[in-house]
Design a protein around this ligand. Structure first.
Ligand SMILES: C[S@@+](CC[C@H](N)C(=O)[O-])C[C@H]1O[C@@H](n2cnc3c(N)ncnc32)[C@H](O)[C@@H]1O
Length: 288
């Protein structure tokens, strides 16, 4: 289990929504016009954030398959998407194992698959995904897994929208001694196995771009950084705690230095003096 809590996903969702690259979202909307009903496969779907962000932009008829290995997150996605639809005045219907959310302009049919995208990849029996998407997933995966993903997308002739893949850059303001050293350790931790073999971390999105280009895709890779201000203190604190914990695990000898750095950063956040940029890549690829 990768251990992403629903609380962490809820906290990051507004920052993720704001960070998405608008140029690629616009490209996606133009691409979408070629289909009447669109079938979408969302890998590592968590609590359903990708649906909440993309469904309004895609419009029309959509059939989503949400895949995650964490049953609690899939249950949370079901709950959260029902609430999300009701707030928007959409009709919510349970229909033979699927959830139907609809209004005058959209009809989204949602279904869920609880499976491990590494071990159970072959069980991912999808006849015709026209769009394969994932948000904040591929920095966890290995080069082999990305190759499998690229080949499978090509086989389906699916377009690919993979967003919010960490790019290795972390910039705190004001800067403090040790920020760079910490960033290097975080990036080393990025390479550890998250259930898919050695993770690609910051190299994932450029690697996928190359793989898809070799398979004749037209690929666009654009930045989608988080730019967190003083009012994003809760997300800054969660990141600080998560990174400190991760580095402590792989470099226990750094503890006293790490504690001092972390205390300093924490006090800047609490006093409303901290800003933080975290770099990501968004990728959109299509065959024509
Ligand atoms: C950072 S979260 C992103 C969740 C969601 N896409 C979002 O943007 O909020 C990564 C997701 O990948 C899922 N995940 C990690 N490893 C997985 C695996 N081996 N098989 C299926 N899902 C996995 C986690 O359960 C989690 O929901």
């Amino acid at each position: 289990m990768s251990g992403f809590s629903a609380e962490w996903l809820r906290l990051r969702e507004p920052a993720d929504a704001a960070a998405r690259n608008p140029e690629l979202t616009a490209r996606l909307i133009v691409w979408r016009r070629r289909y009447d009903a669109l079938s979408v496969l969302d890998l590592g779907s968590g609590a359903g954030a990708n649906v909440r962000i993309l469904a309004p932009a895609l419009g029309g008829k959509q059939h989503w398959r949400l895949v995650d290995h964490d049953p609690a997150l899939l249950a949370r996605a079901d709950e959260a998407l029902r609430r999300w639809a009701v707030v928007r005045g959409m009709k919510v219907t349970d229909e033979s194992g699927t959830l139907l959310l609809e209004d005058e302009t959209r009809q989204c049919r949602l279904e869920w698959s609880c499976l491990d995208l590494n071990a159970d990849w072959e069980r991912l029996a999808v006849a015709n995904a026209q769009l394969v998407t994932a948000s904040a997933l591929i920095d966890l995966v290995s080069a082999d897994w990305l190759e499998r993903l690229a080949r499978r997308c090509r086989q389906w002739r699916a377009a690919v929208l993979i967003v919010l893949s960490y790019d290795g850059s972390i910039v705190w303001e004001p800067a403090a001694e040790g920020d760079e050293w910490m960033r290097e350790w975080i990036n080393r931790h990025q390479g550890t196995d998250k259930g898919f073999g050695p993770a690609l971390g910051p190299d994932a999105a450029p690697t996928l771009a190359t793989l898809l280009e070799r398979l004749d895709y037209r690929v666009e890779l654009r930045p989608s950084p988080w730019r967190l201000a003083a009012q994003d203190a809760a997300l800054q604190t969660a990141l600080l705690d998560g990174w400190t914990e991760a580095v402590r695990r792989i470099a226990p000898e750094t503890t006293s230095w790490l504690d001092a750095w972390s205390r300093h950063r924490c006090s800047l956040i609490e006093r409303g003096h901290s800003r933080l940029s975290v770099g990501h890549w968004d990728l959109f690829a299509s065959l024509e």
